[in-house]
Design a protein around this ligand. Structure first.
Ligand code: FUL
Length: 685
């Protein structure tokens, strides 16, 4: 009898010994709905509302609903673009600071119901809901607490209005994955409250605890976003960049939406943060959040978008890319083209995981169920963990033979809290072990980008952590080179520099107008172009044979001897060969001493390129002089459509000799003094 009893007991004892328990959580940890949100990683923002029609970023609130009239609105096009781009949801500006509502709210007349769109019967939130459902996307709501239209803003009655509207939005449109509360205005913020003197105390006015409770009750699965969460926090800038050190933890109770010191002090989270409030990086694909035809030439380049991707998703943050939907009601063709380029590039970068064919070992394992092989099994529930108290751990990947790679991806099993605070990545190359990167935090996902390394072994050492670490995934990739049009930069002396984002990609160029190819001159160092020439340049990756589009830059005489005739010390910005700096001339003109008598055949003008351009010249006179006193008109006219398309303007005229030139503004688009970002001449036919 005893024998029968002892045997099962022995088995039981053996089992309890060999099956270790999961590591204890390191608080704070994500809630269930935060974990589901983490899975989304990448989703779209749509800024489309009254500002689209008033051409503003922050409307005043006195706009007429009659102005809201998209001609071809198609929420399905938005959803298709987002889905094709690999995004998992869309957050829509249901109400922005100007107070206009995209749904027929029962609590205001300032909405689509009084607009000509769909004869006042439209409901854009419903249309987006249907589109999201059709394309398998989640839907989120941006709701601006600040309201320039509402007469009661600043009084307790407005809080009731806000809650009534939130109730409509969170009851009538199905599941909402995120509620986005903007921190703008309210008296204390650095956004100031321009044109708004109804200052409120952002900390107390909105009575956030009760507003949050309402959202929670109506949409228990939704995360709420603001500077301070409560569930997801702002990354602290609008460039789409998280930080080398980015924690999911935040001292939440010290933060409120719109606090001036937030970006510097809190945005990267804190190691000892009390709550799980992970970062979300929001950025627009154009300079503005809303559509402005004058930004059609400023859609972010592929190189910029790739940087955004790696600096957000690759740094423990979600990524929210904004499409400023245009007046037709569509995502603009140029924006679609760029976002799809990003999708293709990211797919290529992560096409093949080299780690899957490597032998993997960990210096310590917690035991059965927590083996290091779990980081390669493609399952997010399984993970590697070390024994309690074992902080320092080294994971080694052995490829068996030399492999080339330039990306390393690593993920913590964040359900048990973010732990790692120091790591080193090293590779065993032909010359021995080499350090690739020394870093701090990992979190939900960390992706390291580095130049190509050829190595047969890779070592990831966790040097410091809040508790014994764990990892959900490791990946190693060889991303193809980014082969994009080179940037041509010329300085005032005539020195030309040609730049590409990747060091190992060749730049080839010609100066005689012929198409550059593999045989052309390779760019090594900056060179002087003294005479007018047509520079054509391409980027070529020798390894893959990929070639960029050709950049064509017309280079006229250098500006080495030029001087602006003015007492203003910054006047030289108009001739510094940098269109991103400008000079505002109080008397609406610029006089330039060319330093020598020159045969002219035309001139060029770049209007200011900053976000809120002012002093864009729309009508001009261009004159030449030998002595700077007696002037002769060489051209006169208008720059048509320059406000909407503020690119370089080129004007030609019959040959004329001059030592001085004068460009006078007859009219600027906003009536402000003329601004000159860059003035140049044309001396050849
Ligand atoms: C900011 C707002 O003021 C901008 O207009 C935009 O909506 C951006 C996403 O958030 O705080």
């Amino acid at each position: 009898m005893m024998r029968f009893l002892v045997f099962p007991l022995l088995i039981l004892a053996a089992c309890t010994q060999s099956v270790p328990t999961p590591p204890a959580a390191v608080e704070p940890v994500p809630s269930e709905h935060q974990l589901a949100w983490h899975e989304l990683e990448y989703y779209a923002f749509v800024h489309f509302n009254m500002n689209t029609f008033s051409d503003m970023e922050w409307g005043m609130g006195d706009e007429s609903p009659a102005a809201f009239n998209p001609t071809e609105l198609d929420a399905k096009q938005w959803a298709r673009v987002a889905r094709d781009a690999g995004m998992k949801g869309i957050i829509i500006t249901a109400k922005h600071h100007d107070g206009f509502c995209l749904w027929p709210s029962a609590y205001t007349e300032h909405s689509v119901k009084n607009s000509p769109w769909r004869d006042g019967k439209g409901d854009l939130i419903r249309e987006l809901r249907e589109a999201c459902d059709e394309y398998g996307l989640k839907m989120g709501i941006y709701y601006s607490p600040w309201d320039r239209n509402h007469p009661d803003y600043g009084k307790p009655e407005y809080i009731t209005y806000m809650r009534n509207q939130l109730t409509e939005l969170l009851t009538n449109y199905g599941d909402i994955f995120e509620v986005w509360f903007d921190g703008a205005n309210g008296g204390t913020g650095y956004y100031g409250g321009a044109n708004e003197d109804r200052k409120v105390d952002k900390f107390t006015y909105y009575d956030w605890p009760n507003t949050y409770a309402l959202v929670r009750e109506l949409q228990p699965g939704a995360v709420m976003f603001s500077d301070g969460g409560p569930d997801v926090r702002w990354v602290g800038n609008e460039e789409g960049f998280a930080y080398e050190t980015t924690w999911g933890n935040l001292m939440r109770d010290s933060v409120y939406a719109g606090m001036p010191e937030y970006p510097e002090k809190y945005a990267s989270g804190q190691e000892n943060g009390t709550h799980w409030v992970p970062a979300e990086a929001d950025v627009s694909i154009r300079p503005g959040w809303y559509y402005h035809a004058y930004e059609d030439h400023k859609v972010k380049s592929l190189a910029q978008l790739v940087d955004i991707y790696y600096n957000s998703i690759g740094r423990n943050s979600a990524l929210l890319i904004n499409f400023p939907v245009d007046r037709r009601g569509l995502i603009h063709e140029k924006d679609v083209e760029q976002i799809m380029k990003l999708k293709t590039k990211i797919d290529e970068d992560f096409a093949e995981d080299l780690a899957l064919n490597a032998q993997i070992e960990a210096s310590n394992e917690r035991g059965k169920g927590f083996e290091i092989g779990n980081v390669l099994d493609g399952k997010k529930e399984t993970y590697w963990a070390s024994a309690d108290g074992v902080i320092e751990n080294t994971i080694t990947l052995d490829f068996g033979k030399p492999k080339r790679f330039n990306r390393f991806l690593v993920q913590e099993h964040i359900a048990l809290g973010q732990r790692i605070k120091g790591f080193v990545l090293e590779a065993e190359t032909a010359e021995g072990w080499k350090e690739i990167h020394k870093g701090t935090t990992v979190g939900i996902k960390r992706i390291l980008r580095f130049d190509d390394v050829e190595a047969s072994k890779l070592k990831f050492t966790i040097s410091d952590a809040k508790a014994s670490p764990n990892l959900a995934r490791i990946g190693v990739f060889h991303a193809p080179k980014l082969v994009v049009e080179p940037d041509v930069i010329r300085d005032k002396s005539g020195q030309v520099n040609i730049q590409v984002p990747e060091k190992s990609v060749d730049v080839l160029y010609t100066l005689d107008g012929t198409e550059p190819g593999a045989e052309s001159q390779r760019f090594e160092n900056a060179f002087l172009v003294e005479k007018p020439a047509v520079l054509k340049a391409v980027a070529i990756d020798k390894e893959s044979g990929r070639k960029s589009e050709t950049v064509v830059r017309y280079l006229d005489i250098p500006k080495a001897t030029w001087m602006v005739v003015s007492n203003d010390s910054i006047a030289a910005r108009a001739i510094d060969e940098d269109k991103n700096t400008f000079w505002k001339s109080a008397n609406n003109e610029i006089v330039i001493d060319l330093g020598a008598e020159t045969a002219l055949r035309g001139f060029t003008y770049w209007p200011p390129q900053n976000r809120y351009m002012s002093g864009v010249i729309s009508a001009y006179v261009f004159e030449g002089s030998m002595d700077g006193k007696n002037w002769k008109t060489l051209a006169r006219g208008e720059f048509s459509n320059i406000q909407n398309n503020p690119i370089e303007q080129t004007v030609r005229f019959p040959e004329a000799r001059a030592k001085y030139i004068r460009l006078k503004s007859l009219k600027t688009t906003d009536g402000n003094p003329a601004s000159f970002a860059e003035v140049g001449v044309i001396t050849v036919e």
